[in-house]
Design a protein around this ligand. Structure first.
Ligand code: N01
Length: 543
């Protein structure tokens, strides 16, 4: 083996096994090849792309601007690729990912249609044995979990779904061939980003749309439009500097100077003017960056929340429907802020109804539709926009352990425990890309992916140079990091929302705030400091 060549590891099939063929898995192949390592990546789908492969529901689009949401590792790539719109659609992003895979010849290291069921580390040999759903096993000293944060779609266990005579779908497992809702009575359960993006498209096509809403969410206009060629040209000229500057920001996106003023220091008129300009501009960072304390101080946040509620009241003609659409149980921004295109407007259409399933919950699915505690709704199709077992779901689906001992499911019984969202104590030689307790989902994902993969590549190079065959996070370092992540979250308003960040959308899941919200700048500085201090909190060994 070129990389990890200790005697005991020399029979390994590969140096590195990667689980997942999304943006993280693909960049890992590209980067680790440069170390001369042999690699095998496994992807459950019949194509690469991860999130953008599976989420094919109508209207699916990224909520980060397309000039930002792309790889930065190759300047020619970022100069040459042309994004047609301000926000990339799912088909365009998937096309981009396939283009990257082809351009850098990544597919020769990817095995499609292969789900990983087990990953067992042998402490004696310092080797992972990875098992696929077809029973194949491969060995490698290093295992990288590029399994994604929103990759385990979740459909609530409603009684009676098997009896439903119509068709049903989940946004995260949408059929490749698309769905024609023409002439159909469609029910959508869920009003997060997926449901809100999808519903204007269904409302335009279906005979009738019934929206089953449990929690009203805040949504801002995306103001999507064709990309302005002048803006694109300027952005491309500044690409290199912007990518570097992005690491010195909270969300990994340059060009948004941090606000210095509290919302409570401004007059009501000033606030109104600022919120209005941000509303017109579109986009979530801009809005949440209106004042410095919108995610820190409830009274400050109330002003921004109320502005959006007023916009909903202005947009939706029926006052009772408008009021039902006004979020009232969480501060704006503490759940992922949604960007929509004409969402609130659909409630002025004669073929759209809103059903409040908080006051009258869904009881069961019948052969004809959905039954709540006070009504039955006849439907031809149901679309579940009910989200994902976020951040920990994909890892916990795999039986991960050392020598068959305590597995990850048990290790994370009270919530995820990681060091930097990169490694888990007691799981040697296993890295995660944008794992829980890293900024991943609270940042421009591709920037965070590149950061993690580069960090791992440097760590592996360090191991090879020092003849180490094993690296592991120390328990005490992990404990300190988990405490720090919790303390940072508790200094914000985030824990006030029943969000997927908190695991609150999955019955029985521990309520723990999972992302690191100290910001990309603080996080990357800490990762660098740890390396400079000789990989503080990690222990290396040689077999
Ligand atoms: O999922 P969600 P999502 N009865 O968990 C409801 C990313 N994403 O797929 O809030 C009735 O946000 C649930 O209600 P409640 C993005 O990060 C990005 O929409 O739990 N309702 C909620 O309304 C996003 O945040 C993009 O009360 C039930 C909805 O289902 C993340 O993915 C696009 C229910 C789930 O909302 C997840 O978004 C799409 C039940 N039993 C997604 N169970 C972009 O980049 C659940 N719900 C634009």
């Amino acid at each position: 083996m070129p990389g990890f060549s200790s005697e005991k590891q020399s029979n390994a099939d590969y140096d590195v096994v990667i689980v997942g063929g999304g943006l993280a898995g693909l960049y890992s192949i590209y980067r680790l090849r440069k170390l001369g390592l042999t690699i095998r990546a496994y992807e459950a789908g019949d194509g690469v792309g991860g999130t953008w492969f599976w989420n094919r529901y109508p209207g699916c689009r990224c909520d980060v601007e397309s000039m930002e949401y792309s790889y930065s590792f190759d300047d020619e790539l970022q100069q040459e690729w042309i994004w047609p719109e301000r926000y990339g659609t799912q088909p365009v992003i998937l096309e981009y990912i396939n283009h990257v895979a082809k351009r850098f010849d990544l597919m020769r290291d990817v095995q499609l249609n292969t789900r990983i069921t087990d990953a067992i580390f042998c402490e004696e040999q310092h080797l992972w044995t990875i098992t696929t759903s077809s029973g194949e096993t491969v060995t490698a000293p290093i295992c990288i979990m590029a399994t994604g944060n929103l990759s385990t779609p979740r459909k609530p266990d409603f009684r009676g779904l098997d009896d439903f005579k119509g068709d049903w779908y989940h946004t995260g497992l949408w059929p490749k061939e698309g769905v024609d809702f023409t002439g159909k009575r469609v029910g959508v359960i869920g009003t997060g980003s997926s449901g809100v993006q999808m519903m204007p498209h269904i409302a335009a096509q279906a005979e009738h749309l019934t929206v089953f809403q449990r929690t009203a969410n805040f949504s801002l206009p995306a103001r999507n439009a064709p990309l302005d060629p002048e803006k694109e040209k300027k952005h491309k000229e500044e690409y290199k500097e912007r990518r570097i500057a992005a690491y010195s920001t909270p969300f990994g996106i340059a060009g948004y100077p941090p606000p210095v003023k509290s919302a409570l220091e401004a007059t009501a008129e000033e606030r109104q003017a600022i919120y209005e300009s941000k509303w017109q501009e579109g986009g979530s960072i801009s809005y949440l960056f209106a004042y410095k304390d919108l995610l820190l101080n409830k009274s400050a946040n109330d002003t921004a929340s109320e502005f959006v509620r007023d916009k909903i009241r202005e947009t939706v003609n029926d006052p009772a429907t408008a009021e039902l659409l006004c979020p009232d149980n969480h501060p704006i921004g503490t759940k992922r802020l949604i960007l929509d295109s004409q969402y609130y407007e659909i409630f002025n259409q004669a073929n759209v109804d809103l059903v409040d399933v908080r006051s009258a919950p869904i009881q069961e699915i019948t052969e004809n539709g959905i039954k709540t505690t006070d009504n039955e709704y006849a439907l031809d199709a149901i679309a579940f926009a009910t989200g994902f077992d976020a951040m920990t779901g994909a890892m916990k689906e795999i039986n991960i352990s050392v020598d068959g001992g305590t597995n990850i499911e048990e290790q994370w019984g009270d919530g995820p425990q990681t060091y930097l969202g990169l490694m888990v104590a007691r799981l040697p030689n296993m890295f995660m890309i944008t794992g829980p307790q890293s900024p991943g989902v609270k940042s421009q994902m591709i920037l965070s992916i590149e950061w993690h993969v580069n960090w791992i590549a440097e760590c592996l190079a360090h191991m090879m140079n020092s003849n180490h065959t094993r690296v592991m996070a120390k328990e005490d370092a992990q404990r300190r990091w988990v405490d720090h992540v919790r303390e940072v979250a508790n200094s914000t308003l985030y824990p006030l929302a029943n969000s997927w960040y908190m695991g609150a959308n999955i019955p029985g899941k521990p309520r723990v705030f999972m992302p690191y919200v100290g910001g990309v700048e603080a996080y990357t500085k800490e990762c660098n400091r740890i390396v400079e201090e000789g990989y503080e909190g990690f222990e290396f060994a040689t077999n």
